[in-house]
Design a binder for this molecule. Structure first.
Ligand code: ARG
Length: 461
């Protein structure tokens, strides 16, 4: 049987393989709500412009409402022979309301229809992601305020560098996620133009009002060029690029959680709700959620790259290749959403082991820089010389396997005669972090102020 949408030109129906490679209903059914929203706006505009009758428009509107509830209740029968969500809905509309259904596609093509549907889906999802970012940032800032003075080792090269606070570390991620959010907000602003009315590619001879459909669908304005309207997917690429960067941030944090929860570090404990056990090793508490967040980064950035390659070299305008945009968009943004939810859950519930972190903060001669800074301030020697003096003291401590604050004064004075008892006042990890009061530094009072600023800012949104 030839296709009922374009059967006029065809004597035979498609080969089974043609149907299999061509059909997108298996994944684009996800666009049903956006497709119905777009169709309702289009029908309303057509009636307002006198292009279709008010009766036809009313029948179309009611029919689309029925279809929406059929899909949501699970009663709707999707047919692969109808290829995609657009034709499945239109065919059902014809069953429900008869010939009026055929008027809906006036001055429209599936090319502008799918372009509007996928923009709406991406926009809806970006709005949801924005709320999720906000929740994660709020969770992090709240924990940061509780732990503004909880000392932990700060690392470079994963070697002990200088003591920092746990709150400061968490707020570093708040900054990253704030930038991610603003990247998504930029993408949303550029995305928010309505392609509906571009029709197949050239526009239409019907007196449509593109401003009307744009406004009805919450877009800022109609897109300006009909060819670009049906050919462009860079709004999706931009969203997936932002998603890839955000996923990389999440994966770095996830990796830290994996490291921190190991027996060797023991810095934090995840709650039972976000941990799994082992079927053979009874002692195990595995950070599976963190590992999976780390893994999702591969899928998300893979989707970005896949879509980038689908779009590469496509001549204007719509090409069927572009049907392949959807699985990448859905998978990437849904994976990001799940990762954000999992990360928020972990952050809200985790318990830091303050004693372990403090002890670790003091190992590895982490206050050596404080000792060097003391020498500069008190002995008036250049930093490079102070660095050398401190290096010799660290070598003594390392050789005796003791921390810097346990090196006797006489030994310190043997390295530099000017060193006095006062030096011990900067060698504790608590003193070290308290002294880092420069803007953006790790001093607990800075961290407390920053955490409060974030909490207040997020509460205002
Ligand atoms: N299912 C198609 C897609 O997702 C809809 C647009 C089809 N347009 C066309 N000219 N065949 O891209």
């Amino acid at each position: 049987m030839s296709n009922r949408m374009w059967g006029g030109r065809f004597a035979e129906g498609p080969d089974a393989i043609m149907e299999e490679i061509n059909a997108s209903i298996g994944f684009d059914k996800k666009l049903y709500a956006q497709d119905i929203r777009g169709s309702k706006a289009h029908a309303k505009m057509l009636a307002e412009q006198g292009i279709i009758g008010a009766d036809d428009a009313a029948a179309i509107d009611r029919g689309l409402d029925t279809i929406l509830s059929e899909i949501e209740s699970g009663a709707f029968v999707f047919k692969r022979s109808l290829e995609d969500i657009h034709m499945n809905i239109e065919a059902r509309l014809a069953e429900l309301i008869g010939p009026s259904a055929g008027r809906l596609h006036t001055a429209r093509s599936r090319n502008d229809q799918v372009a509007v549907d996928i923009r709406l889906w991406v926009r809806d999802t970006l709005d949801q992601l924005d709320t999720q970012f906000e929740e994660l940032m709020e969770a992090l800032a709240t924990r940061a305020l509780d732990h503004a003075a909880t000392v932990m080792p700060g690392f470079t090269h994963l070697q002990s560098a200088q003591p920092v606070t746990f709150g400061h570390h968490l707020l570093a991620y708040v900054e990253m996620f704030a930038r991610d959010r603003s990247r998504f907000a930029d993408a949303r602003a550029r995305l928010n133009e309505c392609p509906l009315g571009a029709a197949a590619l050239a526009g239409t001879s019907f007196p449509i009002a593109r401003e009307t459909t744009a406004a009805l669908l919450g877009f800022d304005r109609p897109t300006a060029n009909s060819l670009d309207s049906v050919a462009d997917r860079d709004f999706a690429l931009e969203a997936l690029a932002a998603a890839s960067i955000a996923a990389v941030h999440l994966s770095r944090f996830a990796e830290e959680i994996v490291i921190w929860t190991s027996a060797q570090f023991g810095f934090v404990k995840l709650s039972d709700k976000f941990t799994t056990g082992s079927s053979i090793m009874p002692q195990k508490r595995n950070p599976d959620a963190a590992e999976l967040v780390r893994a999702k980064t591969g899928r998300i950035s893979g989707s970005f790259n896949a879509l980038l390659m689908v779009m590469k070299g496509l001549p204007l305008t719509y090409q069927k290749d572009m049907q392949e945009d959807k699985e990448q968009i859905f998978d990437a943004l849904e994976s990001l959403s799940l990762s954000l939810a999992a990360m928020t859950g972990m952050v809200r519930d985790l318990t830091p082991n303050e004693a372990r972190m403090k002890k670790a903060a003091g190992s590895g001669f982490a206050t050596a820089t404080d000792l060097a800074d003391w020498c500069v301030r008190t002995l008036g020697i250049p930093f490079r010389e102070a660095h050398h003096v401190t290096g010799r003291i660290v070598a003594i401590a390392a050789e005796r396997d003791i921390t810097l604050d346990k090196v006797p004064l006489a030994d310190l004075q043997a390295v530099h005669a000017g060193i006095t008892e006062d030096v011990y006042s900067v060698l504790s990890v608590a003193k070290s972090v308290a002294s880092r009061t420069s803007y953006g530094g790790t001093a607990p009072k800075n961290v407390r102020a920053q955490a409060k600023r974030w909490i207040a800012r997020l509460a205002k949104e």
